[in-house]
Ligand binder design. Sequence first.
Ligand SMILES: [Cu+2]
Length: 407
Amino acid sequence: MLAALFFGNGAPETGWTFYAPYSFKTGTNLLPAVFGAFVLGFSSILTGLNFLVTIHRMRCSGMKWTKLPLFVWTLYGTAWIQLLATPVVGITLVLIALERIFGVGVFDPALGGDPILYQHLFWIYSHPAVYIMILPAMGAISEIIPTFAQKQVFGYKAIIASTMEIAFVGYLVWGHHMFTAGMSGTAQYYFSLLTFIVAIPSAIKVFNWISTMYKGSINVQTPLYWAASFIFVFMIGGLSGLVLGSLATDVHVHDTAFVVAHFHYIVFGGTGFAFMAAIHYWFPKIYGRMYDKGWANAGWLVFFIGFLALYTPLFYLGMMGMPRRYYDYMKEFHGGNILSTFGSWILATGLVIIIVNLVKSARHGAPAEMNPWHSKTLEWKVSSPPSVENFDEIPEIAENDGPYNYK
Ligand SMILES: [Cu+2]
């Protein structure tokens, strides 16, 4: 019996959420998967701790909190989420393991437990986890936009405040994943209101990025294409999030393809586009070589078109009632699904162009200058690629020096 718990039949089929009661009833190999997620959680906590201590203790002389680059600020906010939220999911996974092995009855209704409690614990972590993914992305965009506008970032302190607000209000909105799971009306109103409040700091950032570009001397390069398209898709992702955050409309589109579209616009459109922006921005610093800009731009264009064709139809399909998590669909959803599939091929083509270009350029690209984009942050003041330990001498920041001091 016990052996069957540890060595079940086949791969776990609970999906990534390990939802109760299925996760303690299934006969598949669930425990190794839960253990894997638990170990990953520890790695996340320790990474967060490392960043927090580094940012508090190891800033160079003159690097005041108000001179910290915005990317570092977002890593700081992210690190707090990793440190404070990840233990919740760790404990929840331990409870699933205890439920399976000893039948402790925390989630099992037959033993007086509550399976909905699992969803609460899971989302207390998993909503902030989305911010672990998006905050560093926002940080990279906040570096790239002033650099390619050659202009002081607009609202430096407002961007910091919105970063920290996202990091802390993000803990209080998890219930919006459970509007149809069974919850009191009071709790629903509260979670809906807080979800709207957490949307405000994201909007502040969007306005700051656009204001930074306004009247800047724009240097159109690959990272800026990615950053500008990031703002576009992130805005659609954010606005569709409000449809899910408000009670009346969420009940209609809950668990439909609309959610899939929203999530991919945020996490792939947001984090994915920002990752591409960041890799094309820091590539010359990392490898000391420049990529082929023509191919990089072509890759962006193909990827962007593919992205829109792949995910936009899902908004429509969800509105029409196509549920998520089913491999099959009804006849009337065929057109949207075909368009989406074509989009996925276009997106994959773009991805191949991007990866081939970057991999080739890392070995054979033209040697890169120390500071090809004329940025003001510290990493551009060392050679490309940087030497071991990054700085031969620890830098000092002068009183009137700052990360975005453009004329
Ligand atoms: Cu959420």
